[in-house]
Design a protein around this ligand. Structure first.
Ligand SMILES: [Zn+2]
Length: 90
């Protein structure tokens, strides 16, 4: 009985974690907090995220202007960067 309660607790916590990641995921190259596009930088994902939800195709972005951090899908790239041109897939 206690084991079942523990399993339920872990599953609930994990669902909450995934939901909080989902809520912090933006869908375009804009800071959701201050709406700026020019101050965003990509960071390595936090350790907890790599361990618990490393399968999610998300990148971790920080806004240098307001320090807000959020996630973006991998296929959304910085429109101001020439990274795509350098890779040759334009
Ligand atoms: Zn911002």
């Amino acid at each position: 009985m206690i084991a079942a309660a523990l399993v339920f607790l872990v599953v609930a916590l994990y669902a909450g974690l995934l939901l909080s990641i989902r809520l912090r995921t933006a869908h375009e190259w804009v800071c959701p907090k201050c709406n700026r596009t020019a101050h965003l930088e990509r960071l390595g994902r936090p350790e907890w995220m790599k361990k618990l939800a490393g399968f999610l195709p998300l990148k971790y972005i920080r806004c240098r202007f307001c320090q807000h951090t959020f996630f973006l899908p991998l296929d959304i790239n910085n429109p101001l960067s020439n990274e795509m041109l350098e890779k040759g897939n334009y």
